[in-house]
Design a protein around this ligand. Structure first.
Ligand code: IPE
Ligand code: IPE
Ligand code: MG
Length: 245
């Protein structure tokens, strides 16, 4: 008898607001990024008890290269230190890590560490943590189309075999379920090129708290609100203007 697939719950987080958090305190933007990086561990550790099986964090977009060089270099250093410092702990906590996005524009040392972390956690069966670095949904789709076009050009794939499933398998997220909930901190109400294809049926939440101040309590209450919405069969509409009581 075939086993039913275990239920998954995938939350994506656009970790935004580090710069404004720092500026509001008279600090350099990079201290905001450093404080933001410190928030990640708590959130990761809370996932199992909150029922989150997949967590995808947006750390650096394809557009973020346009920031001042010092900020970009500082961010790359923070990613490097984070991975180096957390490698053993992530493994101990049974967290499987994957990276989404391009790799070739990243510093060599960082790219090597990312590969090592993926390799060292590949047998972990607890939380599935994906970190999107040099990631953009448009770039991911463009790369997927290029991959499929190459197969077509080689005669290995008839165009009629290209379907949604086939395209999804060519994306960086091929091993992940679609996100159920996407949270963007700091109150900005846009998706900024995150999981464009995968978010087709995701719900969105935009808490007005900057990422360095985002706590497990905030995370838990957004997840609670998500489940409450799912439980009510249909979201009731407010009474129509002029409707009879
Ligand atoms: C998010 O914080 C982190 C990255 C994009 C790397 P921001 O740096 O975008 O912070 P704000 O939006 O300027 O406050
Ligand atoms: C999106 O945040 C990318 C990350 C959080 C990594 P940004 O702050 O860079 O997004 P925009 O450019 O303001 O939309
Ligand atoms: Mg921002």
């Amino acid at each position: 008898m075939q086993q039913a697939a275990a239920p998954t719950f995938h939350v994506g987080v656009i970790m935004d607001g580090n710069g404004r958090w720092a500026e509001a305190r008279g600090l350099a933007r990079l201290s905001g990024h450093a404080r933001g990086a410190r928030r990640v561990s708590d959130i990761v550790k809370a996932c199992p008890s909150l029922g989150v099986t997949h967590l995808t964090l947006y750390a650096f977009s394809t557009e973020n290269w346009r920031r001042p060089l010092a900020e970009v270099e500082g961010l790359m250093r923070i990613f490097h230190q984070y991975i180096q410092g957390k490698m053993a702990g992530l493994r101990r906590n049974d967290v499987r890590v994957r990276f989404l996005g391009m790799r070739d524009r990243l510093p060599d040392g960082l790219r090597d560490l990312m590969g090592r972390l993926e390799q060292e956690t590949r047998h972990c069966g607890g939380l599935n943590l994906s970190i999107a670095i040099d990631y953009g949904g448009r770039d991911e789709l463009t790369r997927a189309v290029r991959t499929l076009s190459q197969l077509v050009a080689e005669g290995a794939l008839p165009p009629s075999a290209i379907c949604e499933t086939r395209l999804a398998q060519a994306l960086d997220t091929r091993d992940l379920p679609d996100p159920d909930l996407i949270i963007r901190t700091s109150g900005e109400i846009r998706i900024s090129n995150f999981l464009l294809w995968q978010a087709a049926y995701a719900e969105f939440d935009f808490p007005a708290v900057a990422w360095p101040d985002f706590t497990v309590q905030h995370f838990g209450s957004l997840i609670g609100a998500y489940h409450a919405r799912r439980l009510s069969a249909e979201t009731p509409l407010p009474p129509a203007v002029g409707a009879r009581p």
